[in-house]
Write a protein that binds this ligand. Structure first.
Ligand code: FES
Length: 186
């Protein structure tokens, strides 16, 4: 089954420019520093998708103005799913956490790397938290030192970019749960 990127309504697009996109790589892992590059909009970038052996569509999940500087916000990922000749429109694929820093955005899948529950934002707003078996993560995705954590790895980052017309796009990936290193599922 193949993802088809969600096409935004005309009210959500800006007609003036599509010349360049600011692309933010969500890094090769939550334990590494995030790499930020500026690339033409049409060029895809390396990241977990490349590790999986194929490029995936960019899916629009938000507009940049919907994000507050440094404050994580969770968004649903919705796209058309194509299976042979059939297309299921506007299917929910999952959720992502986005964090804005200036005109850059970092993305993590909201699926817990332990056993797949949905990651929440802790009440202190400074950590991610999984209520299923009590796991804490810093806002950069690393496991929080000194806090309980059942997961063998940090949060799984997703490739993310901001287009010239301010759409926040991600490549949505699913990862194997319960492993120490991130393994992208097909
Ligand atoms: S599923 Fe998140 S801690 Fe177990």
């Amino acid at each position: 089954m193949e993802f088809v990127p969600l096409v935004m309504s005309s009210a959500m697009t800006h007609p003036s420019s599509r010349r360049r996109a600011l692309t933010v790589l969500a890094g090769a892992g939550a334990t590494g520093a995030l790499a930020v590059v500026v690339l033409p909009a049409a060029r895809l970038v390396a990241g977990p998708a490349a590790v999986a052996g194929g490029e995936r569509p960019w899916i629009t999940v938000a507009r940049l103005h919907e994000l507050t500087e440094g404050k994580p916000a969770r968004f649903r990922v919705i796209a058309d799913l194509k299976d042979g000749y059939a297309t299921a429109r506007q299917q929910p694929l999952g959720q992502v956490w986005l964090i804005r820093k200036g005109i850059e955005v970092t993305a993590f899948t909201a699926t817990c790397p332990h056993l797949g529950c949905t990651i929440d934002l802790a009440s202190d707003q400074k950590h991610f938290y999984c209520p299923c078996h009590t796991s804490w993560f810093d806002l950069d995705g690393k496991k929080t030192e000194g806090k309980p954590n059942q997961s063998l790895r940090g949060l799984d980052p997703l490739p993310a970019r901001v287009s010239a017309d301010q759409r926040v796009e991600v490549q949505f990936l699913r990862f194997r749960a319960g492993t120490a290193s991130a393994e992208v599922l097909g």
